[in-house]
Design a protein around this ligand. Structure first.
Ligand code: GTP
Ligand code: MG
Length: 317
């Protein structure tokens, strides 16, 4: 009897439409995404019992393409397709090794008013520039959880680059998410859009705000981290599949007496940290400038660049 190879999450033993929906809602839509989790993580994120999760992970892992080896040459070829998106600051681009990379998650974190949203908007304009000008020659999707998208800012930034502001606006697809659940579902919507439009950048502003507001107290911490983790995996996958830059913003705790005591620590702690390949810590500097610090990058030295936020957008400081 030949074994039927399973391909979808519904094909897993004991997974019906209701459980499949739970997985999808938590951001797991492929065997690979399930097969690479630990039972605890998967259970926290979906509310399904750990024992069942362990069974699903085992079966998903056997049937997904996990752990296949690539040669150094193949990996080098994949690296060669990585695009670099300019930030409009040459010193900051240099710090990043050429710009914000595609196929990676870049996280901007910092306090209120540090410039996270301004960076995201600038990158949304720049992503539309041709590759020769430091762009990605594509369109942009933004998952906006804080209602901070400002078309007026896009228009100023586009005009400063001598781009047609209406055209630039028409290539930015903004999805407003009112809670973390919608935020996670939005990634699926972006995948739909990407079937029709060449989405080369996906931004989430803010990645953690809704989670932070909804999961309060120690008891819910594991569940929150599980969900953020699933969300980050979905984002990373999108970046990989579409050779897109993924940009997320994250706040730091502003209340020194809070549970997350250190005001320079980003929300979401290690889980966000381990999935973001590039983390940039923004803080206010002298005379309205912003200090951008590259923190724990895999192949670049930790260093700082100084930028200004001007009417025209981000510029060298
Ligand atoms: P939260 O989302 O509240 O955590 O803050 P954020 O880090 O996203 O800050 P944001 O990017 O919104 O930065 C706001 C700051 O950018 C303002 O305080 C201004 O200093 C600067 N800024 C925003 N728009 C303009 C503008 O049109 N001209 C100039 N010169 N500066 C601007
Ligand atoms: Mg903001």
């Amino acid at each position: 009897m030949s074994e039927v190879k399973i391909q979808n999450i519904e094909d897993l033993t004991g997974v019906g439409p209701a459980i499949a929906e739970k997985f999808r809602e938590a951001g797991y839509s492929t065997l690979e995404e399930i097969g690479t989790q630990s039972p605890g993580q998967l259970s926290d994120a979906t509310g399904i019992g750990q024992e069942s999760c362990a069974k699903y992970i085992k079966e998903a892992g056997k049937n997904a393409k996990i752990g296949s080896f690539l040669t150094g040459t193949e990996l080098m070829e994949k690296r060669a397709t990585v695009g670099k998106l300019t930030t409009s600051s040459s010193t900051f681009d240099e710090l990043l090794g050429g710009g914000v990379e595609t196929q990676s998650i870049t996280e901007f974190y910092g306090q209120y008013g540090s410039g996270k949203t301004q960076f995201m908007l600038q990158l949304a304009v720049n992503a539309q520039l041709p590759v020769e000008q430091g762009g990605l020659g594509g369109e942009v999707a933004i998952i906006d959880t804080e209602n901070t998208f400002r078309p007026e800012r896009i228009i100023s930034m586009a005009k400063a680059l001598e781009l047609d502001p209406d055209e630039v606006l028409s290539k930015i697809h903004v999805g407003r998410a009112y809670n973390s659940h919608q935020q996670m579902l939005m990634v699926k919507k972006v995948k739909e859009i990407a079937k029709e439009k060449p989405i080369k950048m996906l931004a989430v502003d803010s990645l953690t705000g809704a989670f932070r507001a909804e999961y309060i107290g120690r008891g819910t911490l594991a569940e929150r981290q599980g969900k953020i983790n699933a969300h980050m995996s979905a984002l990373a996958r999108f970046g990989d599949l579409h050779n897109a830059a993924v940009v997320v913003t994250n706040q730091v705790s502003s209340n020194p007496a809070a549970f997350f005591g250190d005001p320079t620590k980003p929300i979401g702690g290690n889980i966000v940290g381990h999935t973001s390949k590039f983390r940039i810590y923004l803080r206010r500097g002298k005379a309205g400038r912003r200090v951008c610090r590259l923190v724990d990058s895999p192949h670049l030295p930790e260093n700082e660049a100084l930028v200004s936020i001007t009417e025209d957008g981000i510029r060298d400081g």
